[in-house]
Design a protein around this ligand. Structure first.
Ligand code: URA
Length: 408
């Protein structure tokens, strides 16, 4: 078999056999297929797509590249949650403590940022001491003890996805339905949860730009879940506007804590909806009963305390969270009402500030980011601060406000 022929076959829109997919992908993992060859194949897949057989084969190849976690000895329903990635999406940090406070176990395997979208692992690394790589034993002990743990992909869990994910991030090959479905579902199945909740982000700041693609992704992921006998619930949520007010790693952890302490708005509403769905599906109770439990743990402070317990358990020092002191306020040149805030442009800007990666080797600055001072629907007068940049240094950044905010 020959990698160049496999690339050409996909480039010409033909489907690849299981053996060809194994040759290319396993070859990349063990070093016989090079970065540039895999990049070409990924690009061909992005452009030409993959059929169901290829996608299901790829999921299986990803799963079999490592171990499958066995959580069956832990009592209770285990429900995992994943987002396809968005701007300002700190939902995991909020729903994990909520759902665990309601007695449902959340074993969470998370990733780093991909493209302009942020990743939970990067966000948690903004807390000094926070250990993002747990061994299987540590992970199992933590979910048994406190009901919630977040770990990056351990070396042995879908190692193939880990290397492909890092390459996709820097080769413009993130927005492919078969690649996203196989990346997410292989990790979720290998992660051992009984039920899987996927938040499919849809809009200009997400990999799925339109509802049609989001629904296609939902369909294929739900069918992969069913094939492996794991109930998979996918819901589509908006990503035309950044989620919440803060974008950037430490800034997002701070906002997650604010929501757990009572901050209201669109982000809190989405977290209540996702948590209630996860609890209702796991406990077999109605959505209304589940929502009542969610509101109770939020209002009593139980969910916030669970967040603190989780951070401490993983070695993090929450008092260490810092944001850069180099600020720049972006003012409005118009009067009116905020009609739209482009998630895509805000996501790109946060990467320019240093909150994301442009190459595999880039390091992230956890202290930089953006705070949206005015949200969609807010009234604005001339000279009001629309958003604040937290930068690496004091150098002014030239901003064309109209690229980010639509005010009418
Ligand atoms: N999250 C993942 O784990 N993989 C993707 O491809 C996209 C989002």
């Amino acid at each position: 078999m020959n990698i160049v022929e496999i690339i050409s076959k996909k480039k010409n829109g033909l489907s690849l056999t299981r053996e060809e997919l194994e040759f290319a992908f396993n070859g990349y993992l063990n070093g016989t297929v090079h970065d540039y060859q895999m990049s070409a194949l990924l690009m061909a897949i992005c452009i030409k797509g993959m059929n169901d057989t290829e996608t299901f084969d790829l999921v299986d190849i990803f799963i079999k590249s490592g171990d499958v976690l066995d959580l069956s000895n832990i009592e209770g329903i285990k429900v995992d949650k994943h987002s396809t990635g968005g701007i300002g999406d700190k939902v995991t940090l909020i729903i994990g403590p909520i759902v665990a406070s309601c007695g449902v176990i959340v074993p969470k395997m998370s990733g780093r940022g991909l493209g302009i979208t942020g990743g939970t692992i990067d966000k948690l690394e903004s807390i000094k001491g926070f250990k993002v790589s747990l061994t299987d034993d540590e992970f199992i002990k933590q979910i048994s003890d406190i009901g919630f743990a977040v770990t990056g992909q351990t070396k042995n869990l879908c190692p193939l996805d880990k290397v492909i994910y890092a390459l996709r991030d820097v080769t413009g090959t993130t927005d492919s339905i078969p690649l996203i479905a196989s990346s997410i579902m292989s990790k979720k199945i290998a992660g051992g949860a009984d039920k899987i909740f996927i938040d499919i982000k849809c809009g200009n700041g997400a990999m799925m730009k339109d509802m049609d693609s989001a629904l296609k992704l939902k369909d294929v992921m739900e069918r992969i879940g069913a094939f492996y006998n794991r109930e998979t619930i996918c819901e589509v949520s908006d990503m035309n506007t950044p989620l919440g007010s803060n974008i950037g790693n430490s800034l997002e952890v701070i906002e997650a804590m604010d929501v757990l302490k009572g901050k209201t708005g669109k982000l809190r509403k989405l977290c209540i909806k996702i948590s209630s769905t996860m609890i209702s599906k796991s406990k077999g109770v109605s959505y209304a009963e589940a929502e009542k439990e969610v509101l109770e743990v939020l209002e009593s402070g139980k969910a916030y305390n669970k967040f603190l317990e989780f951070v401490k358990y993983q070695g993090g020092d929450i008092s260490s969270l810092t944001v850069s002191k180099h600020k720049q306020e972006i003012k409005s040149q118009k009067e009116g009402v905020v009609d739209a805030i482009s998630a895509q442009e805000i996501g790109k800007l946060s990467c320019v500030l240093g909150a994301g990666r442009e190459s595999k080797e880039d390091t992230i600055d956890y202290t930089v980011g953006i705070t949206l001072e005015k949200l969609v629907g807010d009234k604005v007068t001339f000279g009001d601060t629309l958003f604040t940049l937290y930068k690496k240094d004091d150098k002014d950044i030239e901003i064309n406000v109209d690229d980010y905010y639509t005010i009418n």
